[in-house]
Design a protein around this ligand. Structure first.
Ligand SMILES: NC(=O)c1ccc[n+]([C@@H]2O[C@H](COP(=O)([O-])OP(=O)(O)OC[C@H]3O[C@@H](n4cnc5c(N)ncnc54)[C@H](O)[C@@H]3O)[C@@H](O)[C@H]2O)c1
Length: 435
């Protein structure tokens, strides 16, 4: 550890004694699981959110995040280890402040850092000596140093001595039964070495493994590299699915056989496109940053294009299947199976299913959906309720399109139905797939 200032030593001592109060700003998919980890490690956590319903729910022991069971949250709330507030002026109370607010894109696909700026302003208004501030929101390299540091330093407090500033990307994978906030290694970079070391000392009190890197920029880029890696590889297999379709080859057979290679190949699977808060958005943060430096990130743009075109590709397959049965899309009954952006979760943000539904409706089809995890779908002009998956509802469908492959859907029932089926996820049992 680099030579720590007295403020750093005091904070680390408080962490060792579990008397440090942990503040979390933004209590969503990322912030709430993090709050749970610190509470489980014996810390008191004060959560901050601008949404009064979220705060009231948490204080009543009700979780709004699928991976955080209400029963576990309620134990921490009753023991006064977790409480939440909308009063951001209380940000002077915590010793540590982790910022987990959204980082969406604007309509023109530029970074929208307004939430990070708002949270930084709230932290700045209350900043005091001895606090560690950590940004966890995914963002472009430079955000912590160029955007947060000047604001926090304008208080007159000195970074690395009086207060500490670090970036540590969250890697939560909602619905993953094996890897969670606790056991997923956590990357940390600081504005100074002391900032990084203080952040590592705090987080390693609650999480299994820390991965220190030399700067905030490196830590910011780690997260974007991870998500760009996924976006590019998914784009590649999606293109391969189109190639196989044109060649009359089963793409799934090709992928399974390629995946037997014990080295130099990593399996990715094609599908309806990409969704969620990360993969469709984060690479654009880097693309934007690089545009400001006169560099075009071509892999990012190409993968984004291919993935974004997949709903159109699959809708064309639905139209083909209907055509083969002498039917037009207009007036046909189409059942969309799975609308969450990925398997076994209830999150529909940026889900390609929304595009599939919209494109089918534009062609005059009558669209229904079934998703055991999503009772109602109200987003981007779509307003539907989940229909049950029964022999009758399948019989009423002219075509079924499988968009998301949940573990708890009976695909055997779907396979035995007389409707045409377009399977974007290789979910149907025991058939050689042709889209
Ligand atoms: N969801 C994921 O799987 C995931 C995974 C890794 C990283 N991330 C990143 O983590 C960040 C947070 O994502 P999320 O999915 O948890 O978002 P979310 O929308 O679930 O939660 C964000 C919360 O922040 C609150 N908020 C907004 N502005 C605020 C402010 N100024 N002060 C206090 N609270 C405020 C919102 O009300 C909301 O409850 C994003 O940058 C995202 O890219 C998300």
């Amino acid at each position: 550890m680099s030579a720590p200032s007295p403020a750093a030593r005091d904070l680390i001592a408080k962490v060792d004694q579990r008397s440090a109060l942990i503040g979390i700003v933004g209590l969503g998919y990322v912030g709430l699981p993090l709050a749970m980890e610190f509470a489980a490690a014996g810390f008191r956590v004060l959560g901050f959110d601008v949404d009064g319903r979220v705060v009231d729910g948490l204080n009543a022991g009700r979780s709004h995040v699928q991976d955080v069971p209400s029963a576990q949250l309620a134990v921490h709330v009753r023991a006064q280890r977790i409480s939440a507030t909308t009063t951001l002026s209380r940000l002077a109370e915590p010793d540590v402040v982790s910022i987990c607010v959204p980082t969406p894109l604007s309509k023109t696909k530029d970074p929208d850092v307004s939430y990070v700026i708002a949270a930084t302003d709230s932290v700045k208004a209350a900043l005091r000596r001895g606090q560690l501030i950590v940004l966890e929101s995914t963002t472009y390299p430079g955000t912590t140093r160029e955007l947060m540091l000047p604001a926090l330093s304008s208080t007159g407090l000195k970074v690395g001595t009086d207060f500490f500033l670090a970036f540590s990307p969250e890697r939560v994978d909602p619905g993953n039964p094996k890897w969670n906030t606790h056991n997923t290694p956590k990357v940390v970079g600081g504005i100074t070495d002391t900032c990084r070391d203080v952040a590592v000392a705090v987080y390693q009190a609650a999480l299994e493994r820390l991965v220190p890197v030399s700067s905030c920029e490196a830590a910011e880029l780690v997260k974007i590299l991870e998500n760009t890696f996924r976006s590019v590889n998914i784009g590649l297999v999606n293109e391969m699915a189109i190639v196989c379709d044109k060649l009359g080859v089963d793409v799934w057979e090709v992928i399974e056989a390629a995946a037997t290679k014990p080295f130099g190949f990593m399996k990715f699977t094609p599908g309806p496109g990409v969704g969620g808060h990360c993969i469709p958005l984060d690479p654009h943060y880097l693309a934007w940053k690089m545009r400001t430096l006169n560099y075009r990130t071509r892999f990012i743009e190409l993968a984004g294009e291919i993935n974004a075109e997949m709903p159109e590709y699959w809708v064309a397959r639905v139209v083909d299947r209907l055509n083969e049965r002498g039917k037009a899309a207009r007036g046909s009954d189409i059942l969309v199976l799975g609308v969450a952006y990925k398997k076994d979760i209830d999150d529909v943000r940026e889900s390609p299913a929304l595009d599939v539904i919209r494109l089918l409706a534009q062609r005059g089809a009558s669209v229904r959906y079934h998703d055991p995890h999503v009772a109602a779908l109200r987003a981007d002009g779509v307003d539907l309720r989940s229909t049950p998956l029964t022999v009758e509802s399948l019989r009423a469908a002219d075509c079924v399109i499988i968009v998301t492959d949940h573990s708890d859907v009976d695909y055997g029932l779907v396979a035995s139905a007389s409707a045409a089926v377009v399977d974007t996820r290789h979910a149907l049992p025991g058939k050689t797939r042709k889209a």
